[in-house]
Design a binder for this molecule. Structure first.
Ligand code: TXA
Ligand code: MG
Length: 345
């Protein structure tokens, strides 16, 4: 299969590309699309034959459910139900964060194929704020199932080139919408009615760009240690999902500089948070390569935007191992630490 890469850098090319993307979705095929978080591999969420092509292209196991992207804010009501005890909170979250990088788990309606949710009773919904994605979703009209456009277990792509690297020859079309402005996958939450206080519980299933701080005025925020719904669904050992986000090169989060004992002759690269000696990592070793996520005083938001693209760049440097410095455990720092821990295990 030839993979076509279409541009959106001016209004004429954008219009042409958007029409082609919509026609591809209407024909029951898959297309890689830009979102504000990472690129997604989209197909008509209501057409199981089209959705199956996503699993095939990604070599994704069928126990891992997909996120469904909506054409407009209220479209969640077409594919999901909202339990009485959480209605108010769901409306607040939708009104505050959509379009944007927040995914909400809700009980699914029968119209959603079981393939999309891997047989789970819930469906993950969000609305992207990427201008090109929004136009495609609106013009297509149906919800679009779209997981990240990487091969299963590999790095999420934050550019069209990164998608091409992983999926060339496996999908017909990629729409280039530029580098992703957020750079990290959406925050996934589940909302439950108040337990023994006045506030509903907002459980963060996957940390991402919408942070604990952003969510806490809408409920009591707790972090799920792991995605148990999907793990229980898996026929394999739960550990399989832990190997997510891994580059080809070995990658290890070095929680404390003291724990580093390099093997002679091996080439090590340092993925530094802000490149400062006082953090104790730069001078630890004669690194073969160093990349810095947010040089200077260090900002987690900037590091988040550059996270996947920097790891992808380091993956091409023929290193034996990438050693990652921890970033602060706050804001989107939590999402990066989560991914680094999973890649390390
Ligand atoms: O930012 C994003 O969310 C990107 C862009 C493309 O929208 N998408 C994305 O999709 O990251 P994916 O498939 O790579 O990650 C979705 C995660 C999976 O780990 C899946 O297990 C979880 O969401 N998920 C989906 N539906 C679920 C459900 N019903 N219950 C629990 N977890 C679910
Ligand atoms: Mg993914």
């Amino acid at each position: 299969m030839v993979t076509e890469l279409l541009q959106t850098d001016n209004e004429i090319s954008a219009r042409e590309s958007i029409n082609r993307a919509v026609a591809t979705l209407q024909a029951g095929d898959v297309v890689a699309l830009p979102t504000e978080t990472v690129y997604g591999l989209g197909a008509d969420a209501l057409d199981p034959v089209a959705v199956e092509k996503i699993f095939a292209a990604k070599e994704r196991p069928h126990f891992d459910p997909l996120i469904v992207h909506l054409p407009h804010k209220n479209a969640y009501l077409d594919i999901a139900t909202v339990p009485d005890g959480v209605k108010h909170t769901i409306v607040q979250l939708v009104e505050t964060f959509w379009p944007g990088p927040l995914t909400i788990l809700l009980p699914k309606k029968g119209i959603v194929p079981d393939l999309v949710t891997a047989g789970l009773p819930t469906v993950a919904v969000r609305m992207s704020e990427h201008p090109v994605f929004k136009r495609i979703a609106k013009s297509f009209g149906n919800p679009i199932a779209a997981p990240s456009a990487n091969r299963f277990g590999c790095l999420s792509p934050t550019s069209a080139e990164a998608v091409l690297d992983q999926l060339e020859g496996k999908i017909p079309l990629i729409i280039n919408g530029g580098a992703c402005s957020r750079g990290l996958e959406s925050t996934i939450v589940r909302v439950s009615p108040p337990e023994n206080g006045p506030k509903p519980v907002i459980e963060i299933i996957r940390p991402g760009p919408i942070t604990e701080d952003d969510l806490k005025k809408f409920g009591k925020v707790v972090f799920a240690e792991r995605n148990t719904a999907v793990e229980e669904n898996s026929p394999e050992a739960p550990g399989q999902l832990q190997s997510h986000y891994a580059p080809r090169t070995m990658l290890r989060l070095l929680e404390k500089p003291e724990d580093f004992s390099p093997e002679p002759g091996k080439k090590y690269g340092l993925l530094s948070y802000r490149g400062q000696e006082k953090d104790g990592y730069i001078q630890l070793h004669e690194w073969d390569e160093i990349r810095v996520l947010s040089p200077g005083s260090g900002r987690v938001a900037e590091a988040g935007i550059r996270f996947f693209s920097t790891i992808r760049e380091m993956d091409d440097l023929f290193l034996d191992e990438i050693i990652a410095e921890p970033m602060p455990d706050r804001g989107v720092g939590k999402a990066m630490l989560d991914k680094l821990r999973k890649a390390s295990s």
